[in-house]
Structure formats: C-alpha cells, structure tokens
Design a protein around this ligand. Structure first.
Ligand SMILES: Nc1nc2c(c(=O)[nH]1)N=C([C@H](O)[C@H](O)COP(=O)(O)OP(=O)(O)OP(=O)(O)O)CN2
Ligand SMILES: [Zn+2]
Length: 122
C-alpha cells in the first residue's frame, strides 16, 4: 500500500481547564497548529493516483476554514479544545469525503507536540 499526505496550517485560540498551569490555561490564548492528513491506497492504473491532490486539497478546505482564526471553545462538537479532540474532530469531518483516510496528525511545531489518530477508537 502507498500513503499520500497533505498538510494545512491553522491558528486558533482556546481556553483549557487543567490541573497544572490552571490560571494561564483558563485565559484565552492561541496556538499555531499544523494538521497532516494521510490517505492509504493503490494508484488507479489509468491516472497513476490514489487521489488527485487537487481533490485532496478541496476536501481539506472546509476543515481548515472551520478552524483557522477561530475560538475553538465555540465549536460545539469539539469538546475541550485539546490536540486529541482536534484530531478526532478533523477525522470525523473528513471521513465522509475521503474514504481512503488513514491518519490524522495535529502538530504544534513550536512546542514539539504531535497527536495522531488512525481511526481505531477506544
Ligand atoms: N494532552 C494534552 N495536554 C495539554 C494540551 C493538549 O492539547 N493535550 N494542551 C495544553 C494547552 O493547550 C496549553 O496551552 C499548552 O500548555 P503548555 O504545553 O504547558 O505550554 P505553554 O502554556 O507554555 O504554551 P506554549 O505553547 O509554549 O505557548 C496543555 N496540555
Ligand atoms: Zn493552549
């Protein structure tokens, strides 16, 4: 099998309830995120592609628009705006349009943090 990935970046604000650094985390603050979306499959013999990158990009646009320059706390079906929930949210958003979806990773490069979801729940 082959894997093909595409990325998009988004900047967003949130608050977070946590046990440590509670006060600063509860204040509205922002992060720069990079989402990396991976599909898995075999190229169509005629086109040589698993999925045309143009179509891939179009499928990602809606998710990016819904996250970029947003206050993540206001996204109803996200839950606490953690990297984990962002991964799950992006997966749920893309899966209906991208059948070959294999993995969603959310990175915060400035702090060296990554969360990855491969579609297996629980
Ligand atoms: N398991 C998780 N833990 C935490 C998450 C998360 O998404 N998943 N997120 C946060 C917060 O977003 C927090 O703002 C990050 O805090 P921290 O890593 O402590 O770093 P700073 O507050 O210094 O933020 P900078 O990214 O350096 O600006 C916490 N935990
Ligand atoms: Zn934060």
């Amino acid at each position: 099998m082959l894997e093909l990935s595409k990325q998009f970046r988004f900047d967003a604000a949130h608050t977070l309830d946590r046990e440590i650094q509670a006060e600063s985390s509860r204040r509205i603050h922002g992060h720069s995120y990079r989402a990396e979306i991976t599909i898995r499959g075999w190229p169509d013999p005629r086109t040589g592609m698993i999925l045309d990158l143009g179509e891939f990009e179009r499928a990602l646009e809606g998710a990016r628009d819904a996250l970029d320059h947003r206050f993540l706390d206001e996204i109803n079906d996200l839950g606490p705006a953690t990297m984990e929930n962002l991964c799950l949210w992006i997966w749920r958003r893309l899966k209906p349009d991208i059948v070959a979806l294999a993995r969603v990773a959310v990175h915060r490069d400035s702090s060296g943090e990554t969360c990855t979801f491969d579609g297996v729940e629980g």
